[in-house]
Design a binder for this molecule. Structure first.
Ligand code: DX5
Ligand code: ZN
Length: 237
């Protein structure tokens, strides 16, 4: 049974206490830290850069999953690799040379990912499956947290899951299938059953702080839904 990972997006965290927030979500059982980089060019919002990633690195050994919503892309790759990123993903529309950017990410020792917006067709993956360690499906149009999940993403997830399983079946390297945007306790189970294995959640997690300031309850709730999904998938297999 494939591992199911929870990846809190710190875009919804308390920016005045980012290190503490990272420590607390990982202590509550999250697996990956999702780091949203917005440049007010590729998306209509502005967030943080490599210096913030570098400052957060000592707070956790968990993988830092950098989601680049920037144009151009390449100049930031070595900077985030040096800042401690483990995974770097970008949008194909934002790079002039997708194959070159994917290779650049791996050349700097990071895992490489491609992000598909809701309207981006799957053929963006053609000819680069061997260069991918992660495929990220946007459940919303990028740029903001707290948006509603686009249901069409489920059909796309099933199609990409089939592509990945076929690729891995042909001796390909494993590829994580991640969803980002609009993930909640109420929909994470059906998203898992559509083939997703890594779940980014921002407002659902950081908007549900426990009384003691931690995130035990919400992470436990999400994990329970994933365990139920895994049970459903085992029974259906
Ligand atoms: C949006 C970002 C997401 C966002 C998710 O462009 O890439 O990572 O923070 O936030 P929620 O889970 O609140 O939709
Ligand atoms: Zn993101």
């Amino acid at each position: 049974m494939k591992k199911l990972r929870i990846a809190p997006s710190i875009l919804s965290a308390d920016f005045a206490r980012l290190g503490e927030e990272v420590t607390r979500v990982i202590a509550a059982g999250a697996d990956v830290i999702h780091f949203d980089v917005m440049d007010n060019h590729y998306v209509p919002n502005l967030t943080f850069g490599p210096m913030v990633c570098e400052a957060l690195r000592p707070y956790t050994k968990a993988p830092i999953d950098v989601h680049l919503m920037v144009r151009p892309v390449d100049a930031l790759v070595p900077m985030f690799a040096k800042a401690g990123a483990d995974i770097i993903s970008f949008h194909p529309e934002a790079s002039e040379h997708v194959d070159r950017t994917l290779a650049l990410i791996r050349d700097h020792g990071c895992r490489a990912g491609l992000v598909l917006n809701p309207a981006t067709p799957l053929n963006a993956l053609d000819h680069v499956m061997d260069r991918l360690d992660l495929i990220l499906l946007m459940g919303v149009n990028p740029g903001f947290g707290g948006q509603g999940f686009i249901p069409e993403t489920l059909r796309k997830a099933r199609a990409v899951r089939a592509l990945i399983d076929n690729h891995v079946g042909m001796n390909g390297r494993p590829i994580w299938l991640e969803v980002d945007g609009g993930v909640k306790a109420s929909n994470i189970r059906e998203i898992a059953e559509a083939g997703i294995d890594t779940f980014v959640a921002g407002s659902a997690i950081f908007g549900a702080r426990d009384e003691d300031g931690g995130y035990q309850d919400i992470i436990a709730t999400l994990r329970r839904e994933l365990v139920n999904a895994a049970g459903d998938m085992r029974r259906a297999a």
